[in-house]
Design a protein around this ligand. Structure first.
Ligand SMILES: [Ca+2]
Ligand SMILES: [Ca+2]
Length: 176
C-alpha cells in the first residue's frame, strides 16, 4: 500500500504596512492512494489584521480541496473559521508528497474604520480623531487612517477619505 502525503502550507498574505498574522502551521493530510484521507476535513482561520475593513479571497488552493467559503469581508480584527474538505479529486492523486500553496489575498477598503463596508460620517469622526498633521508620525492605532501610507494622517489622507466617502451606500473598493 502506498502512502499519500498531501502537504498543505497555509499562507496568509497581509496588507502592505500591516503586521503579518502568526503563520498557520502546515496542514498535513495522510492517506493511501485512493483514500481515505486523514483528516478529511479541517478548519483554518482567516483574520483581518488591518485597521480597516478588508475584502478577502482565496487566490490559490488545491483542486482536491473544497472550501466552505472563498471570499468575504471582515471588520478590523474580525476572525472567522472556515472548513476545508478533501474532495474526490484527491482519490486520483498518485502516491507521493503533494505540496500545494494555499493563498488568501486581503484588500483593504480605504476609510472603512468600523468594518461595516460603508465610508460614512462615523468613519469621518474616527479619521478626524487620528489627524496628526503633515509629516508627523501617526500612532499605530491610527495606521488605517494613513490612506497614502506615508506614516502621517494629514490633508492628503483626508482627500482620499473624501473620494472614498459612500454615505449609506456600499463603499467603492477602488475609490483611491
Ligand atoms: Ca464604515
Ligand atoms: Ca498619510
Amino acid at each position: 500500500m502506498a502512502l499519500l502525503v498531501l502537504g498543505l502550507p497555509l499562507t496568509v498574505l497581509p496588507l502592505t504596512g500591516d503586521t503579518p498574522p502568526p503563520s498557520d502551521p502546515a496542514v498535513v493530510i495522510n492517506g493511501d492512494q485512493g483514500g481515505p484521507f486523514t483528516p478529511s476535513t479541517f478548519t483554518f482561520g482567516v483574520v483581518n489584521v488591518a485597521a480597516v475593513g478588508s475584502y478577502w479571497s482565496v487566490t490559490q488552493a488545491p483542486s482536491w480541496l473544497d472550501l466552505e467559503m472563498t471570499s468575504g469581508y471582515l471588520a478590523p480584527g474580525e476572525h472567522i473559521s472556515l472548513t476545508a474538505t478533501v474532495n474526490d479529486q484527491a482519490l486520483a492523486l498518485p502516491p507521493g508528497t503533494h505540496t500545494e500553496d494555499f493563498t488568501i489575498h486581503f484588500e483593504a477598503q480605504p476609510g472603512d474604520f468600523n468594518g461595516d463596508q460603508k465610508v460614512d460620517t462615523l468613519d469621518v469622526s474616527i479619521f478626524e480623531s487620528c489627524i496628526s498633521g503633515a509629516a508627523i508620525k501617526c500612532t499605530p492605532e491610527c495606521a488605517g487612517a494613513d490612506l497614502d501610507f506615508d506614516e502621517d494622517v494629514d490633508q492628503d489622507d483626508y482627500g482620499i477619505l473624501q473620494r472614498c466617502f459612500s454615505g449609506s451606500n456600499l463603499a467603492d473598493r477602488n475609490c483611491k
